[in-house]
Each structure stands twice: as C-alpha cells, then as structure tokens.
Ligand binder design. Structure first.
Ligand SMILES: [Fe+2]
Ligand SMILES: [Fe+2]
Length: 356
C-alpha cells in the first residue's frame, strides 16, 4: 500500500470506490448493511480501514491495525480465498474478500449484514465478482493518483531547476494557503480533507511560469502591456497543462479536480473584478482561488522581485489588511493574520535567493 493511501487524494479515491461498491451491492442485496475496505501496508503489516453504511458517511475508521492481531483475516489470507463468517447465535454475518496484486496481499473488502442468512451461495458469487472488480479499480485508481502526484512534484522540481525562486515560491504559497485554510473562522471553514487538497494542489498554481521567457519573468522593471499580457497567460496555459496531466494519467474522475482547475485559473482574480483572466468579482471567484490569491500576494510582497525589494512580514500583512474586502477575501486575510506567528517559520523553510 502506498504509505500515503489514507491521505488526501488517496483517501478520497478509496472512499469514492467504497461508496460505489456499496451502492452496487445494495441494489441486488439490500440486506448488506455495511462495507469495509481494509488496505494492507506490507511495510508496517498494518491495515487502514474505511467503512461505509447508508447512515454514516464513508470515513477512515482506523489506521495501522496489525494484521497479526486479526486471526479471521489471517485465515482468509492463508486460504487466499473469500470466506463467510457468521456471528454467534445467528446475530449476523460477514463475507470477507481478500485482494492481491502480483501475489502480494493488498487488502480486504468486508461485507456485513445483520441477517445471518444474507449470504446465500448465489449472493456470495455475485458479491465476490463485484468486490474483485472494485478492488482492481481501487488499485488502478491509487496507481493513477501516485502518477499524478509524481507529475506535480516533477513540475515543481522543473520550476525550481529553471529558477530556484519560482520553485520556492510554489512551496511557500502552498504552506501559506494551508495555514489560511486551517485558520478560517468556523463559519467559513473547509472540511479537513479539502484543506489537504488546497495544500496538494497549490504548487500547481504557477506551473506554467516555466513557459514564460526569462526576459519577462526576470525583467528588472515594469512590464510593457504586451509583456504583461504574456505573463498573464500563465493561468490559462497552466490550466491547459493541468488538464493534459489529468488526461494523460486518466484522472478525469479524480475527486475535487475542480478545485485544482480553479486554483490554477483564478488565483489572480480580485474581489472588485480587477483581476484576470475573467475579471470575476466577489463570490463568483471560487473560494479556493481566493485562499491561494491571498497566500500568493503575501509571498510576492514579502519576497524580493527583479523590480522591487522584499517587504517585511508586518508591512505585507498591513497591505493585505488595508485591501481586505476590497481586493482580497476578508475571511482569508483574517485567517492569514491569525496564523501570523507561523509565517516566519514557513518563509525560513523555503528561503529566497537572498535568504528572505
Ligand atoms: Fe500566478
Ligand atoms: Fe504565484
């Protein structure tokens, strides 16, 4: 199992497949009340389990559960075949289907019913087929997510190779964006998993700057209108690059893909409609793009640029505060201010060329 299989995209991929599987099983066998996916990590010999029942949304229920402490599952692995377990005195039944990849154990799908006779032979045959198809799709999904994650890392590494400052900017902004997402006031707060996605996707926000000529990207002065329009193309070009990565890794059904596309395309939109590429205003700007917009401007102000000296953290925050609700989302600015003690730590972790 990928060591990150319970986080962000990987966890969402498992949850998505589990809900689909349970819906398909219940369409034929409504007495199956609960489905659990237990992913096996050969490195730790532990299981991460996700569970779905109609009354409780799918969620990660445990992590690192040692397989050696679960004798029934060990029996299933030794037999390398599904097995039915019934509860004491007809109190219910569980049908366990193991799944393997290249002979190695990858996990189990467990189907529970409160009815002891829920799993007749014909039901087990059907459920086994659905489980094996779902396990295959799950493993393929995790592989594709791994490819997508590697491609994003590669693009960030390329940006750093071409220009260390751009690479460090991508890292700093993703940390600032996560800080904002975590510090939002309760009424504006994102679900925990969406905060992870903001952090994962933000390094892609300037991915297309590797395609902007040095004469523009590093120009030690104001850009001409033509140069500015070329620079501004990094958002639409970035969206094309992201869409190409998603197509090449067959991740069109990736959870929260819209967040990634919004961050790349809309992080330069401003509340009053003065931004680009579409001049969106107010709530028409996707919230994740407003988060990244604040993080991005904070880093740009605080960092040296070919055309300006770096501002101090205090001056940068004052600027954002003075444009709060005018250009920048007030909740996002307040959240950045609420986390101001962590800003220096983040900046020091990815220093600019001059050590700022
Ligand atoms: Fe940008
Ligand atoms: Fe940026």
């Amino acid at each position: 199992m990928n060591p990150m299989a319970t986080e962000g995209l990987e966890g969402a991929t498992v949850c998505q497949r589990l809900v689909e599987l349970h819906e398909r099983v219940r369409a034929e066998f409504p007495e199956v009340s609960r489905v659990t996916a237990a992913l096996y990590d050969p490195a730790t010999e532990g299981l991460a389990t996700f569970r779905h029942s109609p009354s409780v949304p799918v969620s990660l229920v445990s992590e690192g559960l040692p397989l050696r402490d679960l004798p029934r599952l060990r029996e299933v692995v030794e037999a390398r075949a599904p097995r039915l377990f019934t509860g004491p005195e007809g109190s219910g039944a569980s049908y366990v289907v193991p799944f393997f990849q290249q002979a190695g154990l990858r996990g189990f799908l467990v189907f529970d019913s409160e009815e002891a006779d829920a799993f007749a032979p014909v039901a087990m045959r059907h459920i086994r087929i659905l489980a094996e198809l779902s396990a295959e799709s799950l493993l393929r999904g995790l592989e594709r997510v791994g490819m997508f994650r590697s491609t994003l890392h590669l693009m960030t590494a390329l940006a750093r190779f071409r220009d260390a400052e751009t690479g460090n900017h991508l890292c700093r902004v993703s940390h600032y964006a996560r800080l904002i997402a975590r510090n939002l006031r309760p009424a504006a707060r994102l679900a925990d998993d969406l905060t992870d996605f903001v952090f994962l996707f933000t390094p892609a926000h300037d991915i297309a700057k590797i395609a902007i000529p040095d004469s523009i990207l590093c120009k030690p002065g104001a850009l001409t209108p033509v140069e500015r329009s070329i620079m501004e193309k990094h958002v639409t070009l970035g969206l094309e690059i992201v869409d190409k990565i998603v197509t090449d890794t067959s991740l069109g059904d990736m959870p929260h893909l819209g967040m990634l596309r919004n961050i790349v395309l809309h992080h330069h939109e401003r509340l009053r409609g003065s931004g680009y590429p579409h001049g969106l205003s107010g709530d028409a700007i996707p919230f994740e793009a407003r988060i990244v917009g604040v993080a991005d401007v904070f880093d740009a102000l605080r960092s040296p640029r070919p055309y300006k000296e770096p501002w101090t953290t205090e001056r940068s925050l004052e600027y954002l505060h003075s444009h709060r609700d005018l250009d920048f989302d007030a909740d996002c600015v307040d959240a950045l201010l609420a986390g101001s003690r962590e800003l220096e730590t983040i900046a020091c972790s990815f220093p600019g060329d001059d050590g700022t």
